[in-house]
Design a protein around this ligand. Structure first.
Ligand SMILES: NC(=O)NC(NC(N)=O)C(=O)[O-]
Length: 352
């Protein structure tokens, strides 16, 4: 993986995945919550407020001492961070010339006082940053983190903080029937035919879409064929029922959908023959949340969604049960990625 390849991985900090900016020592010019907005930052040259120029980002005042500023983000889903983008879009005369990033792994729902006292580890050493640029920093550490702290030196503005990585779910919440496809459980988009307006990675995010912009929208297909997306599941499991939500897709819902699964543990998923039909080609309605009971008996690791001939979805949920081997592998992956200080707090969860 080259230094910026990680940007294809999910943004663990995003508000869309449930992230929050828990604290910042200063936010006089622009509020810290802007850091994790899913959408790209905007800029209106004419927009001035009571406190100065309005920026779509986090911006501190000019320091008159030797200190530096920081913001703390609770990740929407804890995971292994592969790289971080400190996007200073539109901050040209007021960007921080240096940044550093630390991470912490905290059990449960800590207060901000507890977060401040956590065992913080540096994952990006103090490094230069440019103005009006997506500054990308690769992360070599492979622990599972729940929080990150962005420090800026000495002060300034940052539009967005993108924390790209792999979700490492807590196996205590994967027991029973769960959404095997959900990003928060570790489901991931692997590939698709077309993400012209918006990526299919959106349809596995938590909660319901609030508008068409929060789902998957491809362009109008003018040739033959059909659009599709392939996802890897949180872990191998047997699907029980599916929810296919075309809410907000009124003039651009698919005519039909079809689902297929494959098990990458026993077959090569690039081979057509590896795929088994899970839901045959089925007509769907615009702006409707559909639910279908499935009769699968085999576990799968991947799901393929075909839409005919094209069209968008706002959400796709695949409820099922992890198989016993997958559940214990998930427990081992989680345990091995926990920093030692966190393992000590959940020692009763150690895999046997
Ligand atoms: N034109 C500015 O951006 N000035 C100041 N910032 C804001 N937001 O007004 C500053 O000092 O960085």
């Amino acid at each position: 993986m080259t230094s910026t390849d990680f940007t294809a991985l999910p943004d663990l900090a995003s508000r869309a995945l449930g992230g929050s900016v828990s604290a910042a020592n200063d936010e006089l010019f622009a509020q810290r919550e802007n850091l994790i907005k899913a959408e790209a930052p905007f800029f209106d040259p004419a927009d001035f407020g009571h406190k100065g120029k309005v920026y779509d980002g986090w911006e501190t005042r000019r320091r008159r001492d030797d200190g530096h500023d920081y913001a703390i983000v609770r990740l929407g889903s804890a995971g292994i961070i592969h790289g971080i983008v400190v996007d200073t879009a539109h901050f040209k005369g007021n960007y921080p010339p240096f940044i550093s990033i630390e991470a912490a792994s905290i059990e449960g729902y800590p207060s901000i006082e507890e977060v401040m006292k956590a065992d913080w580890q540096t994952i990006v050493e103090k490094s230069p940053a440019e103005g009006h640029a997506a500054n990308a920093y690769a992360v070599a550490d492979r622990h599972r983190w729940t929080h990150v702290r962005l420090s800026i030196y000495p002060d300034g503005g940052v539009a967005r903080l993108r924390v790209h990585g792999e979700v490492v779910p807590d196996p205590r919440f994967l027991d029973g029937t769960v959404d095997l496809l959900a990003a928060e459980n570790g489901g991931r988009l692997v590939g698709c035919s077309d993400a012209f307006y918006a990526s299919p990675a959106n349809i596995i995010l938590p909660g319901r879409a609030r508008n068409m912009g929060e789902g998957w929208e491809n362009s109008r297909r003018r040739g033959g064929g059909n659009d599709f997306a392939v996802f890897s599941l949180a872990a191998a499991g047997i699907p029980r029922h599916v929810e296919i939500d075309t809410s907000y897709y009124v003039g651009n819902a698919p005519g039909w959908v079809r689902l297929s699964t494959a098990d990458a543990r026993t077959a090569d998923i690039t081979d057509e023959g590896a795929w088994t039909e899970l839901l045959s080609r089925t007509a769907v309605q615009p702006d409707t949340r559909h639910r279908f009971v499935l009769d699968a008996t085999d576990a799968a690791t991947h799901l393929r969604l075909d839409v005919y001939p094209d069209g968008g979805l706002s959400r796709l949920r695949l409820f099922g049960d992890l198989d016993a081997t997958a559940l214990s592998e998930t427990r081992r992956t989680w345990w091995e990625a926990l920093p030692q200080s966190h393992q000590a707090l959940v020692a009763d969860q150690a895999p046997r």
